[in-house]
Design a protein around this ligand. Structure first.
Ligand code: DSN
Length: 440
């Protein structure tokens, strides 16, 4: 049965059936998409509270609608918890998700046409870091940087490019970089060229909370994030950081909040790019932040990294080629060219066997984005289920067996896919690895 869906079942059996199928799938699979996770039952319940019914444009004490006494309190609760957890001087918890959070940063700090440098999409950046067709390259001048041939970032190379481009905004962060970010090095480059520095920590938020990744807050002008992924909150976004003055503002003007980054971020979010915040999402974030402040959260974050390392070692032992040769965080990027298997096809075969991953470009990928050479995997969701190094060894074995059962795009030994699928169902159905909010 699925958490609290009784009313949906009675009112709308069709929607109920789809929700049950999705829950069953999430429970039966090995979920390795590194940006996905399982939110707790408490977070899922908070999403369903009556806060979902309320409009609340504005900020605590400055709203356009009556009836905000509890909304104000729950938003301030989420803000205070976010500030404490990340050691930040301000936080805005209203962004609908990570992309609006980044849009707000651009809107707050830049003028249209300003040059921006973020990690290129094919090199592991995000759409909002300056990708073609995204607002970040349509309305701003995007000069993406890339890593080296082997996938590692080269901070000297980024510096050389920044000295030429002179970006107004430099972005640290990505969606497919398996190593640690050197925020201090990025801050030095930003300072040298007079850029604001944004750290987008959507992928690594939980590792920072768990202190298994360097902390961006002391180094960056702004930090943006999603609130799901490793953090295990609801789908949502967050902007936080130190309370710094805007560049070029006189000492006297810097005393006014609107000449400071927090004031600009607040104004960029509403009225700049959003209307009413999703207060139920903010309430659920408050719950997730409370969960992340508990001692067991640090252990979970550390285990995510241990699991990723164990999985990487198992894959290397089976002849998989990993971008940068391994991982320091929660994700692994596999380049399947040495196996002669297209990444997009391997992702599909993994799925048929019960493993959810996603196809992904690898550095210098000769293939188009919808037929990339790589597969991206990560350990947040399996770690939330309580899996450890022993289970990572099984997963690595399944990857090896499935790759060996293929020749190019073809599955030449379909019985292997069937066997792996039943082994996975045995593990996920054993009751040893429960999924929060789902009880089959
Ligand atoms: N969609 C996210 C990911 O999968 O990395 C990025 O926003």
């Amino acid at each position: 049965m699925v958490f609290g869906f009784e009313h949906v079942r009675r009112m709308d059996p069709v929607a109920y059936d789809l929700a049950v199928k999705e829950a069953r799938k999430q429970s039966e699979q090995i979920r390795l998409i590194p940006s996905e996770n399982y939110a707790s039952s408490a977070v899922l319940e908070a999403l369903s509270t009556s806060f979902a019914n309320k409009y609340s444009e504005g900020y605590a004490g400055r709203r356009y609608y009556e009836g905000q006494e509890f909304v104000d309190q729950v938003e301030l609760l989420a803000i205070e918890r976010a500030k404490k957890l990340f050691g930040a001087e301000y936080a805005n918890v209203q962004p609908y998700s990570g992309s609006p959070a980044n849009l707000a940063v651009y809107f707050a700090l830049l003028q249209p046409g300003d040059p921006v440098m973020g990690l290129g999409l094919p090199a592991g950046g995000h759409l909002t870091h300056g990708a073609r067709l995204n607002f970040s390259s349509v309305y701003y001048q995007s000069h993406p940087y890339v890593g080296r041939e082997d996938g590692w970032l080269d901070y000297d190379q980024i510096r050389d490019q920044a000295l030429k481009v002179r970006p107004r905004l430099l972005i640290a962060g990505g969606t497919a970089y398996p190593r640690l970010w050197d925020f201090a090095a990025m801050a030095e480059i930003a300072r040298e060229v007079g850029a604001y520095l944004l750290a987008d920590i959507a992928h690594i938020n939980g590792l920072i909370i768990g202190k298994v990744h360097p902390d961006p807050v002391p180094h960056c002008d702004v930090v943006s994030s999603t609130t799901h992924k490793l953090l295990r909150g609801p789908r949502g976004g967050l902007v936080l950081g130190k309370d710094r003055a805007l560049q070029g503002v006189s000492e006297a003007d810097a005393l006014k909040r609107i000449n400071r980054i927090p004031g600009r971020i607040d104004r960029a979010i509403i009225p700049g790019i959003q209307g009413g915040p999703h207060v139920n999402q903010i309430a659920a974030l408050a719950v997730a932040l409370e969960e992340a402040s508990r001692p067991d959260y640090a252990a979970y974050a550390a285990q995510v990294v241990k699991n990723a390392r164990a999985l990487a070692e198992g894959l290397l032992d089976r002849g998989f080629d990993l971008v940068t040769g391994g991982t320091d965080n929660h994700l692994i990027l596999i380049d399947l060219r040495n196996k002669g298997i297209p990444g997009w096809r391997f992702a599909r075969v993994l799925y048929e066997a019960g493993i959810e991953a996603n196809m992904n470009s690898v550095p210098n990928d000769p293939n188009p984005p919808l037929k990339p050479a790589g597969v991206r995997i990560g350990t947040p969701a399996v770690t939330t289920r309580g899996m450890k190094e022993a289970e990572m060894a099984h997963i690595a074995r399944w990857f090896g067996e499935l790759a060996d059962a293929m020749s190019g795009e073809e599955v030449v030994r379909p019985e292997v896919v069937d066997r792996v699928r039943s082994e996975i169902l045995e593990v996920t159905g054993s009751g040893r690895f429960p999924v929060p909010g789902i009880d089959f």
